[in-house]
Design a protein around this ligand. Sequence first.
Ligand SMILES: NC(=O)C1=CN([C@@H]2O[C@H](COP(=O)(O)OP(=O)(O)OC[C@H]3O[C@@H](n4cnc5c(N)ncnc54)[C@H](OP(=O)(O)O)[C@@H]3O)[C@@H](O)[C@H]2O)[C@@H](O)CC1
Ligand SMILES: [K+]
Length: 553
Amino acid sequence: MTELLTARQMRDLEQAAIAAGTVTGAGMMEKAGQGVVSEILKRWPELRIKPHRALVLCGPGNNGGDGFVIARLLIRAGWSADVFLSGDPEKLPPDARTNYDRLTTLTDVHAWDAETIRDGARPDVIIDAVFGAGLTRPLPRDIAQVLGARGCRRWKRSYEITRVAVDCPSGLNLDNGMLPFDGDPADEDFNPWPDFVNSADLTVTFHSPKAGHYLGMGPLICGRIAVVDIGLSGEAIERSMAGQPPDPERARLAEPRFAGRPVRRWPGMVLSKNSYAGHKYHHGHVIAFAGGVGRGGAGRLAARAALRIGAGLVTLVCPRAAVMENAMHLNSVMLRGLDDPKDLARVADERVTAFCVGPGLGTGARTRDLVAQVLARAESERDWRRPAVVLDADALTSFADDPGALFAMTHARTVLTPHEGEFGRLFPDLAQSARADASKIEVARLAAARAGCVVLLKGPDTVIAAPDGGATVHAATYNRQAPWLATAGAGDVLAGMIAGIAASPTAPDLIVCAEAATWLHTEAARAFGPGLIAEDLSEMLPQVLRAAQDQPE
Ligand SMILES: NC(=O)C1=CN([C@@H]2O[C@H](COP(=O)(O)OP(=O)(O)OC[C@H]3O[C@@H](n4cnc5c(N)ncnc54)[C@H](OP(=O)(O)O)[C@@H]3O)[C@@H](O)[C@H]2O)[C@@H](O)CC1
Ligand SMILES: [K+]
């Protein structure tokens, strides 16, 4: 797990380290510049062979300061560098000014002029050091004219020019992954994509990745992310400890890494059958509900996923009229008929440790009653915890008219797993269209606090938040892209997997179960590859689980 910082948290870390005397601003800036140069040469070793030409674009703050360091180091290595500054050199912050002065002994730093830049010699590499963590408003037009997708068009084979962003492609908001743009969308020739979207092949950031690298537009424009150490290492490692719930004030990335190094223990450590040899009831009993006649597929997908991921027993519960058709599809998953939700106790004894409610159920009063019955379950003599409850799909939409009624019943052992549409129905004021500048992490946190339970807001940038504020981003982006996951039923499988992991009496905190399930779900999709349909996910789990097993390092 890696911490994902906001721009503010990064600034606070830097300030605290400077105040403690462990680093200086100038020292960090030098390391930042060196880090960028060494990442470039690592990524493109062919650039080591002979000196090349760089276009170094610098802004008025410390991001620009990093640019001056980079230009100096490249010139010292024999490169040619054309350096432009947007802003007044007299107003540069002190460390950036020092590096400006050092650079001007080697080369001129030109004042920003979009036409001059675009008419200049064709560079091999463009360094974008205009704005980083200090972005406060949309990219000004004269900067977008150079950095936007139309910016390089005058150069031959412009698509072959290597683009490197310092901290982020300028214009990206590092807190929310959004790209604020200027201009009037009503204008006939206004087109935010070519005009304002600035993308990179490589983004080099410092100390720790930022939330905006993984949210929203971030993964689409950063290319790939490299993180370099600038002397702040060793901070707050425990906040990203796998297997423990996240720190309430921090967000983290769900991944098998810890303290910068790969680990093989996660997510295997979260899985019951990886750590404990017992009989089937030691691994929990999941009940998944299915819809009526002809509507059992989604529930069956969830049930099979719960069993595959490791629940000891799984029972599918459906209306009596649908028992026969479900029986034709099931073997290891048990089956019971239930018409009136009030009779739940007849099919679910106190050994049931998790429920998965929603996939294929249909919306309406029966589903609401079922949700109420399941959420009313208390801890039993056999299990010190209440059964875990995963609410997905129709279990969420059934409360669209009165989300408060649902939140009055949800408890700390509940996970809501909405996609953006379902999320908007339950939390209209936090919906994507109402979000403005708030990051997906912030809205998921607010939703979790309001519902008093874990909220997993799906997407390529899934955010999982706990009511205390702890939050995890799961990235099906960069080298973990799995576009095939956008297929009917994939969400039902995820709901079943969460229930299957959380069912174990030894399962860790719910948010930790949800993190592991989400990661394994994407791994299963990646292991299968293109052509994936939801049925394939559970069948890929054995292979993925074998790889995730706890192995001595
Ligand atoms: N010691 C350290 O701190 C280290 C920092 N490091 C580096 O510093 C970066 C953060 O530096 P930073 O805080 O100076 O912010 P930065 O992104 O350069 O921009 C601020 C300037 O831009 C201006 N501005 C903003 N938006 C604008 C817009 N749309 N249009 C026009 N102007 C706009 C803003 O003006 P203002 O909003 O104040 O009017 C201000 O002048 C960080 O990303 C990393 O690269 C590393 O070297 C490690 C050590
Ligand atoms: K930048």
